[in-house]
Design a protein around this ligand. Structure first.
Ligand code: NDP
Length: 280
């Protein structure tokens, strides 16, 4: 049977470490504060924002919630971000995506001070990652590196294949694996013979957004499989991009859905907030 990579336990351990660090910082009179902005009332976003606020409270980070109506203009949102950039008390700014259609997400992300860009989406943060400089890293791929390291899985020298090239998962994932000295291949919807490529992977990261697409035909025997996907199946149960029951028997380690990558995203957001406060 494969090693089941336990994202719940690993994220809980990271949160405990951060809680201690926040207490140490408080003792030095350094207080960490995250501003969370939500525009409109998308129910999924409301759940994500609620979970982020809960995690802040647990770790000892102050959170400021800005719940703005759907009809908020881009100008109003940019003005608020400008105020939060200037506010010395605020260390991190997070704008929950997606935004309503009349607001340009790229303009909004660019408006956040890179020193407060705890989501790691600002072009300066992405550029820093690309050229190996310090900066915030997108939370989901950063969490996957932690999952691998804390499960004792070596990345250096391994064939790593990433399925998906989105700005928030696939691309930063590839750069992080490269930083860890993996040999990295990125695949996408125009890749020819996807199975041929994915079967080379010692470590296969799947971020396609297609429920249960990856079956054992895509996976080399003994590979490590990380499933980023989150979907609800016909029975309203969570599932990933990987057909877990089909793939698990042939791999050496695998993340379940739920309880794999998902819990790591918030843990790494909290990590970035603590970093943001610590450098001040
Ligand atoms: P996107 O839809 O932005 O990107 C999907 C990528 O998969 C694209 O690069 C696309 O290629 C590629 N792709 C689509 N179909 C195929 C195919 N048939 N063969 C090969 N590649 C294909 O998704 P995200 O990266 O944002 O998210 C991926 C999944 O991860 C989703 O299920 C999402 O819900 C989940 N997610 C989970 C998070 C967590 O915390 N666990 C956080 C973020 C996302 P192309 O570029 O050519 O279109």
């Amino acid at each position: 049977m494969p090693q089941i990579i336990d994202g719940k336990a690993i994220s809980a351990a990271i949160k405990e470490e951060l809680k201690e660090k926040v207490e140490e910082l408080k003792a030095r009179d350094v207080h960490i504060c995250l501003a969370v902005i939500q525009v409109g009332n998308d129910p999924a976003s409301a759940v994500y924002v609620g979970n982020k606020k809960k995690a802040c409270a647990y770790i000892g980070i102050e959170s400021l919630a800005y719940e703005l109506p759907e009809e908020t203009t881009q100008e109003e949102l940019l003005r608020l971000i400008g105020e939060l950039n200037a506010n010395q008390k605020v260390n991190g700014i997070l704008v929950q995506l997606p935004l309503p259609k009349h607001i340009d997400e790229n303009d909004v992300i660019r408006a956040i001070d890179p020193k407060k860009d705890v989501d790691g989406f600002h072009p300066q943060s992405v550029g820093a990652l690309c050229i190996g400089q310090e900066g915030f890293v997108s939370c989901t791929p950063a969490g996957i590196i932690q999952l691998l390291k804390r499960s004792g899985i070596e990345i250096a020298g391994k064939e790593c294949v990433v399925i998906g090239r989105s700005n928030i998962v696939g691309k930063p994932m590839a750069l992080l694996l490269l930083r860890e000295n993996g040999t990295v291949t990125v695949t996408h919807s125009r890749t020819k013979d996807l199975k041929e490529v994915t079967k080379r992977a010692d470590i296969l990261i799947v971020a396609i957004g297609k429920p249960k697409m990856i079956t054992k035909e895509y996976v080399k025997e003994g590979a490590v499989v990380i499933d980023v996907g989150i979907h609800r199946n016909e029975n309203n149960k969570l599932c990933g991009d990987v057909d877990y029951d089909d793939v698990a028997p042939i791999c050496s380690a695998i993340t379940p859905v739920p309880g794999g990558v998902g819990p790591m995203t918030i843990a790494m957001l909290m990590h970035n907030c603590v970093e943001a406060g610590n450098v001040r």
